[in-house]
Design a protein around this ligand. Structure first.
Ligand SMILES: Cc1cc2nc3c(=O)[nH]c(=O)nc-3n(C[C@H](O)[C@H](O)[C@H](O)COP(=O)(O)O)c2cc1C
Length: 456
């Protein structure tokens, strides 16, 4: 990728309070506390579309952050990703008030059958005019597994193996069950769907069995744009095979650069073009009309931050009960079933760096492990350009401190500056989310989805 490519922007959010910046709900300007009002989301979508954001990336988690202190009290008190509502149900309202904004929706495949999840995404692909993406996750919280009657998380690599098979089933449903011309809508002849142009899917595998037709007629993208996050060995192999976009996080530009290069290599190993992967990394930008104003905003955000809320999140991500550590105790890597990348980030990702619990609480106060850029338009644009160059990423998942203030400020100050520098689009490309990113509506060979396409 050339050094001067246009930088892609996703806004990063979650159907919850505060998302990656616990405590900011106490700021009177923050609307994330009204996450349960549709207006919060439709207003946000319009802010993002005015700023020509490529997408809204909605994280999700099934379960409670109950590792810190051995229970849910800290997470509940500080609204550390609880309460949390369903992300999918936000999308059609936001699609209704926008024309181009994409929606990357996180959905956990462990607790939903492929038959139902494939239908949900096809429904959204129809209703958004092909603007939906799926962030494929398998879950990392024990509490989510217990809520489904399991003793604990399914083992890490088994989750990825299940995901691999799950994708095959979904591709069969999305790509192969209906011919493009199946829904003829022939009023004169009395045929809505030509039965000869619809086929049942049959699948018998180690984890899933299915016999049935996909319930939805072909949608604009068929398979939604595929996102993935998670960069363990198994995670990279999965991304190499399936992902069109990957979301990475890390404690430094050097770590992100390494992971980005490894992900592009994993795509190439599968015989795919490395250019068919867009990498987004986590960043928070606090930008204002002047440097002093931006610094004031940042200082204000830090006053509202909730260190215990941030530690409750980090404990859930890493599986380590950080409440039992002394504040200046070093955190060490141990192999766990959960979210290995999160623990790597604060242990062995940078061999020379030591993270204590205090470091985590301070660093993750705003925007979690991602860096925070504070500046006026020129300063923020310099920092964003430097970050993109140092890491080799295609775009950014921009976390917010205060919703929607963070995104309004980016749209007002950073976007015009990047446009002046030729680093940001001046208009949306037409068409589906995949067409905007890749110039095509559907996945093409050698992507494995294409092998399941209907053929006569
Ligand atoms: C940047 C990033 C964002 C993630 N977002 C989510 C999410 O929204 N929901 C979720 O259940 N898991 C999320 N995950 C977890 C991954 O999907 C995966 O389960 C986890 O990273 C374990 O895989 P790994 O060991 O390969 O990292 C995220 C991971 C990363 C690195």
């Amino acid at each position: 990728m050339s050094a001067k490519h246009e930088i892609l922007f996703n806004a990063f959010a979650m159907n919850t309070v505060g998302h990656l910046s616990p405590g900011q709900w106490r700021n009177p300007r923050d609307r994330s506390g009204a996450y349960n009002r549709l207006r919060t989301w439709t207003d946000l979508a319009q802010v993002l579309e005015r700023g020509l954001f490529d997408g809204l990336f909605i994280a999700d988690v099934i379960g409670l952050y109950d590792v810190y202190g051995g229970g849910p009290d800290a997470a509940l008190r500080h609204a550390a990703q609880v309460p949390i509502n369903d992300p999918m149900l936000l999308v059609s309202a936001m699609a209704h008030v926008t024309e181009h904004l994409g929606f990357g929706v996180t959905a956990n495949l462990t607790w939903t059958s492929p038959y139902l999840l494939a239908r949900a995404f096809s429904t959204l692909d129809h209703l958004t005019g092909g603007r939906v993406g799926w962030n494929i996750v398998t879950g990392y919280l024990d509490s989510g597994a217990r809520a489904h009657g399991h003793a604990g998380l399914i083992a890490h690599d088994d989750r990825y193996a299940m995901a691999e098979e799950y994708m095959q089933v979904c591709y069969k449903l999305w790509e192969g069950s209906w011919a493009d011309d199946a829904a003829v809508r022939d009023a004169a002849g009395g045929t809505f769907t030509d039965p000869a142009r619809v086929r049942p899917v049959r699948h018998e595998g180690a984890h899933y069995r299915l016999e049935g037709i996909h319930l939805c007629e072909p949608s604009p993208q068929r398979t939604p744009l595929l996102y993935q996050a998670g960069t363990s060995t198994a995670g990279r192999a999965f991304a190499g095979a399936h992902a069109e976009c990957v979301f990475v996080s890390g404690p430094s530009a050097a770590v992100i650069r390494r992971r980005t290069a490894e992900l592009r290599a994993a795509v190439a190993e599968q015989g795919r073009d490395p250019a068919d992967l867009k990498v987004f990394s986590l960043l928070t930008v606090v930008v204002a009309a002047t440097q002093a104003e931006a610094e004031d905003r940042h200082a204000e955000y830090l006053r509202h931050a909730s260190p215990e809320g941030s530690l409750a999140l980090m404990a859930g991500w890493t599986g380590l009960d950080l409440s039992g550590y002394a504040l200046d105790q070093e955190i060490r890597y141990i192999e766990r079933e959960g979210y290995r990348t999160a623990l790597e980030n604060i242990t062995r990702a940078e061999p020379d760096r030591v993270w204590t619990v205090r470091d985590v609480a301070e660093h993750c106060a705003i925007g979690a492990i991602g860096p925070v850029v504070v500046g006026d338009a020129a300063g923020a644009a310099d920092a964003v350009e430097a970050w993109v160059e140092e890491t080799g990423v295609d775009g950014l998942n921009l976390a917010y401190a205060v919703l929607p203030e963070t995104f309004e400020a980016i749209a007002a100050h950073l976007v015009p500056e990047l446009q002046r520098r030729g680093r940001y689009k001046r208009a949306y490309r037409p068409g589906t989310l995949r067409a905007k990113l890749y110039g095509r509506d559907r996945l093409a060979p050698p992507h494995p989805a294409a092998a399941h396409r209907w053929t006569d």
